[in-house]
Design a protein around this ligand. Structure first.
Ligand SMILES: [Zn+2]
Length: 153
């Protein structure tokens, strides 16, 4: 760390479980931005608490490509994505994790509980659980991103 906070941290947005979180307002905020939706998910200025694995899994469930620009997504689709984000986080917490990313690899460095449940993260070249198309890994920003090139648009 060089001590300089990223400028997006000037405003920390609520996470999806906080009472002040407003899904409709958050969806509308995404739709005003020319930012790749994957980057937006990891940007604590939009919603807080979404790690890289959660983002890939939620995008797959929403059938959305991470490279899509926020301003190209319908309100309905943005709301749907936020619903999937909430589900993924809820499932992670249900198995005792505070961090989905921590659950991916257990204390012995082996694939943890959630690794076996993941649809896209870490599955490059393996068949999509929905359509069988091989999962593709790409880099968005400086983070790895995994998606199905057929069923995510
Ligand atoms: Zn697919």
């Amino acid at each position: 760390m060089d001590g300089a906070a990223p400028k997006t941290l000037g405003h920390i947005a609520p996470d999806v479980f906080e009472a002040e979180f407003d899904a409709a307002a958050s969806a509308a905020r995404l739709r005003r931005r020319r930012i790749e939706v994957k980057k937006a998910l990891l940007d604590q200025g939009w919603i807080s608490g979404v790690g890289n694995i959660y983002a890939d899994e939620a995008l797959w469930r929403a059938r959305l490509r991470g490279r899509r620009s926020g301003d190209s997504i319908s309100q309905r689709k943005a709301m749907e994505l936020l619903g999937h984000v909430t589900d993924v986080l809820t499932e992670s917490l249900a198995v005792g994790g505070t961090s989905f990313d921590e659950l991916y690899v257990d204390a012995r460095g082996e694939a943890g509980y959630f690794a076996r449940e993941l649809a896209v993260y870490g599955r490059a070249g393996q068949p999509c659980k929905r359509c069988g198309t091989p999962i593709v890994r790409e880099v968005i920003g400086d983070r790895s991103a995994h998606y199905c090139p057929k069923c995510q648009k």
